[in-house]
Write a new protein. Structure first.
Length: 118
């Protein structure tokens, strides 16, 4: 992905530079209800429109990702609670003394006479 980025970035920069040099004429911009006119070079107007579109798109993506951010926070809280529970259980296990080993005698083995009968 990084290679693709570095392959496209210089091409895009050259295209934008050529566009800016080729479109330096001033363009009058007015918004209908307002009586003001603003004159900007065409390349600046296009670049500002691209920047505005990028910002609006990023904002829309941020709003759309709120579900995933909420899920990450919820899972983080769950993980923290489980880690606290694990630590408490491990501490409790450290406090309990180990049970004494069971020493029961094994039953006597069958005599060989009984084992060979069929």
């Amino acid at each position: 992905m990084r290679v693709l980025y570095w392959a496209v970035l210089p091409i895009a920069a050259v295209v934008l530079a050529i566009f800016a040099v080729s479109n330096r004429e001033a363009v009058a911009i007015g918004l209908w209800p307002l009586p003001y006119l603003v004159e900007l070079p065409l390349y600046l107007l296009v670049l500002l429109a691209l920047l505005l579109g990028f910002v609006v798109g990023e904002f829309a993506a941020w709003i759309a990702g709120r579900h995933w951010r909420r899920e990450v926070r919820r899972r983080g809280r769950r993980i923290a609670a489980l880690e606290r529970e694990l630590a408490a259980t491990q501490a409790r296990l450290q406090e309990v003394p180990a049970p004494a080993p069971v020493t029961t005698a094994l039953p006597p083995a069958l005599p060989t006479v009984l084992a060979t009968r069929g």
